[in-house]
Design a protein around this ligand. Structure first.
Ligand SMILES: O=c1[nH]cc([C@@H]2O[C@H](COP(=O)(O)OP(=O)(O)OP(=O)(O)O)[C@@H](O)[C@H]2O)c(=O)[nH]1
Length: 661
């Protein structure tokens, strides 16, 4: 293939497309380029009036998009890419720059401006070559732009509004997509069509050719500043040109440090579509000679700032059962999914693209498909599906968390604000409707399925003959216990409204040793007798006063040698993270035998924030909280439980075993 030597230069490189635009991804995928997509977080807010020409704005925005990604990947992931590609498409008409419309009125304003006239579409592109030297990021940046002229026919108001209502204009520069319905608005196109769609592929390939095969002196036939080889030059390229086949610094590339500053100062050049260099100055210093470049925002902060968007995208995609549809029918195009689930095409496409950018979906020319972990954890029928918990998060926790500020100010749960009703107790709230009950049970079931094995095996429980799982809900932990300890008889004790609904969660087909279900309220009713009591994710729901009621009831039933197993997320003493040192000193001073799972630092940090965010979660919805090892120990010892052992599992739940003496 004529172009393959050029793109072939990128084969062995880690190429990153710093763009969320599905069109750019498709254009580059279609020519066989392999790349990762890391959408840029750069906000397109450069002051337009500070640029002498529209293309300068597009080029600078493309540069900033690519620089942001290169820096973020280097700093955050220590995964320095080899090449980062950024692009920005704008429409220019009557000396105005049009970007993507913010709403339908804005789309109308844009399309009315374009109506019956010729306008220019500019796409600025930045190609950054990155190198990590002594863990510092060094970059060489090449940029260019392409201009295409497009003329719209005279269009009626009715047609414009019909087009706007199709939803197509919303994520497109100038408010139209020439590749789809918008093509019907267009009378002519002069120049590169793909440039209008979002990526000037032809100019990009020429630029790569120039970078990887710089013309030797004897075959330069172009005018002084035009170093772009003509297309037929590609045909003469071969990988045999080893001397010049790697990227070499050339006059079109400027060296940058990791902040994106040019080592040569603030002047850089850019090439227009005919290869003529134009220069302009980026003001780098204010009058006092102090750098005006703002400090770089750490990527962690940006990630947290926008984290709720990613969560909500995941929750909504699950709620709409997008992952289920893709599991059974994928890969599917956005329009097919939208038809299946009855949503807008434009909104669905954006959600799917966001999910692809978040690594949840794979996007190929055939459409969108689930990744393996989505099939395992996010589809509703998977054995270890988190779907139940995700729906609970979307329908209950999200509205509660939006009232976090009030919860912090008032120190109490926010059901009344989130759902407009007086807070009763936690479970009465969840169980007031059949739907609420099933949703909450599904949520608890999904967490129990994922943690049951680690909870059941944290300690050797084979000496016990009977166990009672108080608040054991669907029996997921109970079933794991009877499988691991065949001599153990397990009773699940839970509210009558829970027990009435367990059949939906019983495994079908496979034979498991029986689990007994008994209904009752563990605060009020008589508890079944057992030599091992289990409280999994129960104590964190309640304040100390209520815990004392429950523990004294259990304690009164226990004979010497009976035991209590508690499964919770255990915080360290400073409530920062499960720390080895703290837990080990506890083991000496308090007689706890503590065995710690080996956790890599990253996991430890993740567990730490998960546990502490879970504590906030308890604040917004319950009267309870997450507690530290010594807090649990103190509660348990007050009721005659001793020999408190804590196991940090590395899973969502840690396990505490204590014995009644
Ligand atoms: O005819 C068409 N014209 C333009 C487009 C699409 O419009 C957008 C332009 O927006 P931008 O360059 O800012 O890119 P984004 O989509 O926001 O992605 P980034 O992450 O790169 O900022 C672009 O998607 C074009 O493809 C079109 O589809 N048809």
């Amino acid at each position: 293939m004529v172009l393959s030597p050029v793109l072939g230069k990128l084969v062995s490189k880690r190429v990153v497309l710093a763009s969320a635009s599905p069109r750019r991804q498709e254009i580059l995928t279609n020519v066989g380029l392999r790349f990762e997509v890391v959408p840029s977080w750069f906000k397109e807010t450069l002051e337009k009036s500070s640029f002498a020409a529209p293309f300068e704005y597009a080029v600078e925005t493309a540069r900033q998009k690519a620089l942001e990604v290169a820096n973020r990947m280097h700093v955050k992931h220590m995964r320095t890419p080899d090449v980062v590609i950024g692009a920005d498409t704008i429409v220019s008409v009557d000396e105005q720059i049009l970007e993507k419309p913010v709403d339908k009125q804005d789309a109308y304003r844009m399309l009315s401006r374009l109506n019956g006239k010729e306008h220019s579409v500019f796409t600025g592109v930045a190609i950054i070559h990155c190198h990590s030297k002594d863990s510092k990021l060094e970059m060489e940046i090449t940029d260019f732009y392409e201009e295409t002229k497009v003329k719209f026919s005279e269009l009626s108001e009715e047609l414009l509004w019909e087009y706007i209502h199709s939803g197509e204009p919303m994520d497109k520069a100038g408010g139209y997509g020439i590749q789809a319905l918008g093509g019907m608005l267009v009378e002519y196109v002069h120049g590169d069509f793909l440039n209008v769609v979002g990526f000037p592929l032809n100019h990009f390939c020429k630029k790569l050719a120039e970078l990887y095969y710089p013309p030797s002196k004897h075959n330069v036939q172009h005018k002084k500043y035009d170093s772009i080889p003509s297309v037929d030059t590609f045909e003469n390229l071969s990988d045999g040109e080893s001397e010049s086949s790697n990227f070499t610094e050339h006059k079109g590339a400027s060296k940058l440090d990791s902040s994106g500053k040019h080592s040569s100062g603030g002047v850089y050049t850019s090439e227009n579509s005919s290869g003529v260099r134009t220069g302009f100055t980026v003001p780098l210093e204010n009058q006092n000679g102090v750098s005006q470049r703002p400090p770089e925002v750490p990527s962690k902060i940006l990630e947290l700032m926008d984290g709720f968007r990613a969560s909500k995208a995941l929750l909504v995609a699950s709620k709409l059962k997008i992952f289920d549809h893709l599991k059974h029918k994928g890969p599917l195009k956005a329009v097919d999914i939208a038809n299946e689930i009855g949503t807008s095409v434009c909104g669905t496409e954006r959600l799917l693209d966001a999910c692809a950018a978040l690594g949840l979906l794979e996007k190929t020319p055939q459409g969108y498909g689930n990744t393996d972990s989505v099939n395992t954890f996010l589809t509703s029928d998977g054995e270890y599906s988190l779907h139940g918990y995700i729906i609970h998060s979307n329908d209950h926790l999200w509205p509660l968390f939006t009232n976090l500020e009030s919860a912090i100010k008032e120190g109490s749960r926010q059901n009344h604000r989130a759902f407009g009703k007086k807070a009763e107790d936690l479970f009465k709230d969840y169980y007031h409707s059949q739907e609420g009950k099933q949703c909450f049970m599904a949520a608890m079931h999904s967490i129990a399925r994922l943690t049951a094995r680690d909870v059941a095996t944290a300690f050797d429980l084979s000496r016990f003959k009977s166990a009672c799982d108080l608040g054991g809900c669907t029996g997921a932990l109970a079933r794991e216990l009877v499988q691991i300890y065949p001599n153990l008889k397990v009773t699940v004790f839970d509210l009558p409204e829970v027990i009435a609904n367990i059949s939906y969660f019983q495994p079908s087909g496979q034979h498991t040793a029986p689990v007994t279900f008994v209904s009752g309220d563990f605060f009020k009713d008589k508890l079944p007798e057992a030599d091992l009591y289990i409280l999994s994710r129960i104590l964190h729901d309640w304040p100390d006063e209520k815990i004392h009621v429950l523990l004294s009831k259990i304690s009164a039933l226990c004979r010497p040698g009976s035991a209590l197993l508690v499964a919770e997320t255990v915080l360290d003493e400073q409530k920062t993270h499960p720390s080895r040192a703290v837990l080990q000193s506890l083991s000496i001073t308090e007689g706890c035998a503590i065995l710690l799972a080996e956790m890599v630092l990253d996991d430890e940090k993740k567990n730490r924030s998960t546990a502490l965010l879970q504590s906030l979660n308890m604040l917004v919805q319950t009267e309870g909280k997450e507690r530290s090892g010594s807090e649990y120990q103190a509660l348990l010892e007050q009721h005659g439980f001793t020999n408190v052992k804590i196991r940090i599992t590395g899973n969502l739940l840690d396990v505490i075993l204590c014995v009644k003496t």
